[in-house]
Design a protein around this ligand. Structure first.
Ligand code: NAD
Length: 267
């Protein structure tokens, strides 16, 4: 059976983390070649071992490689995209790397350096990834290409447990992605945002730790009664990356178990 991403070349940023790793695995299952990038070398090597055990080389048609990339450094993003020139050029980029810093807070609490660092990674990183993707799509004469940028549900609804820099950064991802989608629509380059709800990934779970009160403060709002799983986001990314979503453009693609539509949740 032909995979849904057969022959496509993809870059994933933040590929050592929860959503990025699960997306790598699904993309390989679907026939893509994937360059896994992350700021953490150790994280990438660990993630690659998992990938190779779940999708052994003998079972895949595409290849997988790793490369250390800090998304807030434009030349590193540019080099990662250029790396795929030898593969036939980029078709898909999943601008997924992001941070939620423990020192982030409300407008009084959030230190300026944390604000700047959050914006540099979460917003500029997505801009750099989008910009160099467009250049590569044009360079290779691509008529169909997909960019998926990770935002968050906090870009859509306010939270009384604030992380102002994070929330503002994710709102910027939505607005930027929407505009890029319109600008490049006639070239066949689609841009969509992914808006996950709180998940079982290190980003959130390390921060919550075993603080039961902090955990309950969030869980009570989930219609499903649970956190999401990273693979549930990855399935959405595969759809957005594939030609099945050829008429899906500029969306805030919400994968949240109904959280942002809930008023009172089931007991
Ligand atoms: P994660 O912490 O498991 O993964 C994030 C990855 O990004 C890590 O591997 C980390 O090393 C990498 N990273 C951090 N800074 C980087 C940089 N400067 N350059 C390159 N890589 C960098 O988290 P995750 O849940 O998989 O998060 C992925 C995306 O999903 C993030 O953008 C996050 O904001 C978003 N998100 C997560 C949740 C959640 O609850 N986990 C909810 C909504 C949105």
């Amino acid at each position: 059976m032909v995979g849904r991403l057969e022959g496509k070349n993809a870059i994933i940023t933040g590929a050592a983390g929860g959503i990025g790793l699960e997306t790598t695995i699904l993309m390989l299952h679907e026939g893509a070649s994937v360059l896994m990038t992350d700021i953490s070398d150790a994280g990438l090597n660990k993630a690659l071992s998992k990938v190779n055990s779940v999708v052994p080389a003998s079972t895949r048609t595409g290849k997988v490689e790793i490369k250390v990339v800090d998304v807030s450094n434009e030349s590193q993003i540019e080099a990662a995209v250029a790396h795929l020139d030898a593969w036939g050029g980029l078709d898909i980029i999943f601008n997924n790397a992001g941070i939620m810093h423990p020192k982030d807070g409300d407008s009084e609490e959030c230190p300026e350096d944390i604000w700047d660092r959050t914006m540099n990674i979460n917003v500029k990183g997505v801009w750099y990834g989008s910009k160099h993707a467009v250049r590569a799509f044009r360079r290779h004469g691509k008529k169909r290409a997909s960019v998926i940028n990770t935002a968050s549900m906090v870009a859509l609804v306010g939270a009384a447990t604030p992380q102002l820099a994070y929330t503002a950064s994710k709102g910027a991802v939505l607005a930027m992605t929407r505009e890029l989608a319109i600008v490049h629509a006639r070239e066949g380059f689609r841009f969509n945002s992914l808006c996950p709800a709180p998940l079982n990934t290190p980003l959130l779970q390390d921060w919550l730790g075993d603080d039961k009160e902090k955990r309950f403060r969030r869980e009570v709002h989930f219609p499903t009664g649970r956190f999401g799983e990273p693979v549930e986001q990855a399935h959405a990314v595969i759809f957005l990356a594939s030609d099945e979503s050829s008429f899906v453009n500029a969306t805030d693609f919400v994968v949240d178990g109904g959280l942002t539509k809930a008023y009172v949740t089931p007991e």
